[in-house]
Design a protein around this ligand. Structure first.
Ligand code: KG4
Ligand code: ZN
Length: 341
């Protein structure tokens, strides 16, 4: 099998997505989102998201196959996100994928969604450099990883001790009155603000005392500091300079992420940094990473925006990696794992 063809299925949160990848080529990429249904609740409601997956699963998979001018019989394998994510949402995608695999007699891979976020960069930049570092920033995760082999060997270099970067943005956005998810709103307002206007602390710049590595992140204090600043002004009836708050927050978060990622690259001797996850769509982070990468001689691989947020291509791409590496398919009774590490 020279270039495996894999159908990737994603349903960890509020996106029902499917895509077909052949080798390193994206043949189709279909995403249906229930995001608008959650907006008025200020966050994803698992029950609503699960129902939306059940509704969209067949249409989304059918369209991904049709767009690639294929039938299920034409794919070599199916991959599906088995975790981490919302249990009810994962159950819909995994049950659907198991049914397809069983009916069509195809091997099925239950993959780690978070690793998918970095695997997807291969569609744009080609194979991973040997022994590279990777930064994953999403709504639920902020991790610095060492990637020996994307299919077989990944080690955690650092991770967030509390809130993820996206979560921190979403919480501040809520205080500012933006609908969920607030991250993109902060991004847009930050582009018009002064990043030095408000003194926002940079979370855990030195690493936690007593830990063997300084690559952990903490964004809870950042969120609290910004929240307190907003509340103090509101209490005395002062106007909130929204653009400046957003710019200052974004600058703090982007700076600490870029600094620690570059420090990690230096210590691990990595000349490249793979970046992935929904939060990597953030303009301030993208600019800061590219700027720091240039300064440190590190090639920063950030995918185009549509590959940053949740999609089926990331799942299919990691599936291709697993097929190519000769990894055995998952057992027919493999479980979903909402807290997959
Ligand atoms: O990876 P993802 O799509 O879902 C998870 O697996 O968590 O990431 C979603 C997160 C949300 O917190 C959202 O606010 C954030 O990514 N996000 C952004 C931007 N686009 C998405 N945050 C800041 N700036 C953006 N442009
Ligand atoms: Zn994600």
């Amino acid at each position: 099998m020279t270039e495996p063809i894999v159908l990737g299925i994603e349903s960890t949160c509020d996106e029902t997505a499917a895509a077909i990848v052949r080798g390193r080529e994206l043949l189709s990429n279909v995403v249906a989102s229930s995001m608008d249904e959650h907006a008025r609740y200020g966050g994803v409601i698992p029950e609503i998201a699960s129902r939306a997956h059940a509704q969209s699963f067949v249409p989304v998979v059918s369209k991904a196959l049709a767009d690639a001018h294929m039938e299920l019989a034409d794919v070599d394998a199916i991959a599906v996100s088995a975790g981490p994510g919302l249990a009810g949402c994962l159950a819909v995608g995994v049950s659907g994928a198991k049914s397809l695999a069983w009916a069509a007699g195809k091997p099925l891979y239950g993959i780690n969604h978070v690793i998918g976020h970095i695997a997807v960069t291969q569609l744009q930049f080609g194979d991973f450099p040997k022994d590279t570092l990777a930064l994953i920033v999403s709504g639920g995760h902020t991790s610095l990883l060492h990637v020996g082999d994307v299919a077989k060997q990944i080690d955690v270099v650092g991770t967030t001790l509390d809130d993820a970067a996206g979560e921190c943005f979403d919480k501040v956005a809520r205080l500012l009155g933006f609908p969920y998810p607030g991250g993109p709103h902060i991004d847009r307002h930050a582009q018009q603000g002064d990043p030095t206007a408000i003194k926002v602390p940079q979370g855990l710049t030195q690493g936690r005392a007593g830990r063997e590595h300084p690559y952990d992140f903490s964004f809870s204090g950042v969120k609290t500091a910004v929240a307190r600043w907003i509340e103090e002004r509101q209490d005395v009836g002062l106007e909130i300079p929204v653009d400046d708050v957003c710019a200052s927050l974004a600058d703090s978060v982007a700076s600490v992420l870029a600094r620690k990622a570059m420090l990690g690259c230096e210590q691990y001797g990595s000349k490249s940094l793979i970046v992935g996850g929904g939060f990597s769509a953030n303009s301030q982070l993208r600019a800061k990473l590219l700027e720091e990468g240039e300064r440190c001689g590190v090639e920063v691989r950030i995918p185009q925006i549509k590959l940053c947020t949740d999609n089926g291509a990331m799942v299919a791409m990691l599936g291709v990696n697993l097929v190519e590496a000769g990894v055995a398919p998952s057992a027919p009774d493999f479980p979903i794992d909402s807290a997959m590490p």
